[in-house]
Ligand binder design. Structure first.
Ligand code: NDP
Length: 487
């Protein structure tokens, strides 16, 4: 008979926390879980899931334009944000209740409350009660970070974008990471006039140079006004600017719609509640936007968690410091997911949660494997990647680079300028494929499969033994015979 109320108490009901709670409960552990917001966390409520649905919604305008060039008669109506948003909200409600049911059915006791660590085995809940647990798992995730400049509170973040009553006519997106680039493409596709400032020389820092170069080029071709080496130096409310609703015209033409269809697609966009925002940029220009969205990184949720009450170490970015088994400096307390700022991706948090349960509840100490994690940026076109970039690989050892960039059949047929990229970075010494980088529609789907081979340590010769699937874009991955260059 345990001296504690629970064998495990989980703080945070996101993907990682919920998975760990369920799997531990399935092992017979008595589990409690506290969540102070909606069950499901960032991924389900304000991240991957609603974002991906917005990616789908935003892709139809171009698809309709292309359909017309394929011979279809399309009478496009306007994009109705409120109608999409209502559907989106009910889908999120459904998913949240799925998460709650999963926890209930696993026998996990849930608390809709904020939790704070009182001592290494006690959690105080905002409901006023204290609960004790043999093990505590912190899975509180992260939150969008503002850049810390004057008036940055006038801007919105990715948390707010799903709740806008109306789409802005003109938006400035600041940042060049996953979130900035994905939302620049989404909003551009929805007909919003998108300007993006990135302070560095090329967006998507850390990804393969050639791949991110092509993504940036395609984003610009599709209408995103991308300004590199640019940041905001001053921003304030343009109170005297007329904030009445206006219509979008220009960017629809980019997609190749006829004037009639373009007119049919017109719809009203309006400024944010507080009115337009005047921005002065580091390139000397001044512009007025209806919204400014900061996608300038995310910080771990460690504030007011009571970490000092259990001597838990915090790193430079505010993250909880853990070892390879996700254990903190306090032996009874573990942490997983974005709050540890290791690899901030949903499937990684879930794996960290599973490894934690293996280690603590199954007596099988399991380190989390953070090597060769495939990932995708859902820009238009998407970027899928696994393993080393060419730049990382050539710093490590001599490599051969197999690369091809071409117009895909579907778009070449209607004389579109879209290009895709397939790239393999291969060790000269061992022939092992060290990295695979794909820029293409559905690159996220492709890289999941290529990731299996790369994770298995496949060589280029083994890639080449696989027969091509014809005609596809990804067949190039097994048909590139000659290296484009060695590095
Ligand atoms: P990132 O860290 O990827 O990007 C932040 C961006 O903001 C960088 O371009 C950075 O520039 C810039 N930036 C930071 N501070 C400032 C500043 N003060 N002024 C101007 N620019 C600034 O963060 P995101 O918010 O885009 O995403 C967070 C994480 O969420 C990702 O790293 C990823 O792990 C995860 N995510 C994954 C997705 C997916 O799997 N598809 C989708 C969305 C998020 P610089 O490069 O110069 O530092």
């Amino acid at each position: 008979m345990s001296d504690f109320d629970y064998d495990l108490f989980v703080i945070g009901g996101g993907s990682g926390g919920v998975r760990a709670a369920r799997v531990a409960a399935a092992e017979g552990a008595k589990v409690g879980l506290a969540e102070d917001d909606r069950m499901g966390g960032t991924c389900v409520i304000r991240g991957c899931v609603p974002k991906k649905l917005m990616v789908f919604a935003s892709s139809y305008r171009e698809a309709m334009a292309e359909a017309m060039e394929y011979g279809w008669t399309v009478h496009a109506g306007g994009f109705d944000w409120p109608s999409f948003q209502a559907k989106l909200n009910s889908e999120l409600d459904r998913l949240e209740s799925v998460y709650r049911n999963l926890l209930d059915n696993s026998g996990v006791q849930t608390y809709d409350a904020r939790a704070k660590i009182k001592d290494p085995h006690t959690v105080s809940l905002s409901t006023g009660e204290d609960v004790t647990a043999k093990h505590i798992l912190i899975a509180t995730g992260g939150h969008p970070a503002l850049p810390g400049m004057d008036n940055d509170h006038l801007g919105i973040t990715s948390d707010d974008i799903f709740h806008l009553a109306e789409l802005p006519k003109r938006i400035l997106i600041v940042g060049g990471g996953f979130i900035a680039c994905e939302f620049a493409c989404i909003l551009n596709g929805m007909g919003v006039d998108v300007t993006q400032y990135y302070r560095g020389a090329q967006v998507l820092r850390g990804f393969d140079d050639e791949a991110r170069g092509l993504v940036a080029e395609m984003m610009a071709k599709k209408g995103v006004k991308l300004h590199l080496g640019t940041n905001i130096v001053e921003m304030r409310r343009q109170a005297d600017v007329d904030d009445t609703a206006s219509t979008v015209t220009g960017s629809d033409a980019v997609m190749g719609l006829s004037a009639q269809d373009e007119a049919a697609m017109r719809h009203t966009y309006s400024a944010g509640k507080g009115g337009p925002i005047w921005v002065k940029a580091s390139n000397g220009t001044t512009e007025v936007f209806d919204q400014v969205m900061f996608a300038t990184g995310r910080n771990p949720n460690t504030t007011d968690l009571g970490l000092e009450n259990a001597n838990i170490d915090i790193g430079r970015r505010g993250e909880i410091v853990v070892d390879d088994y996700s254990q903190t400096a306090q032996p009874s307390i573990y942490a997983i997911g974005d709050v540890t700022n290791r690899v901030n991706l949903t499937p990684v948090a879930i794996r960290e949660g599973m490894a934690f349960v293996e280690t603590v509840f199954k007596g099988n100490p399991t380190k989390v494997d953070h090597a060769l994690i495939p990932s995708a940026v859902f820009t238009q076109p998407e970027l899928g990647t696994v393993g080393l970039t060419e730049e990382e690989a050539r710093d490590q050892e001599p490599v051969d680079v197999y690369c091809t960039s071409f117009r895909p059949m579907q778009q070449a047929f209607i004389d579109r300028e879209d290009r895709v990229l397939m790239k393999l970075v291969v060790s000269k010494e061992t022939d092992v494929v060290l990295g695979c980088h794909i820029v293409a529609p559905a690159a996220g789907e492709m890289i999941q499969l290529a990731g299996i081979a790369v994770k298995m340590g496949a060589t280029k010769a083994q890639f080449d033994q696989v027969c091509a699937v014809h005609p596809t874009m990804s067949e190039e991955l097994v048909t590139m015979k000659t290296p484009m260059r060695s590095a």
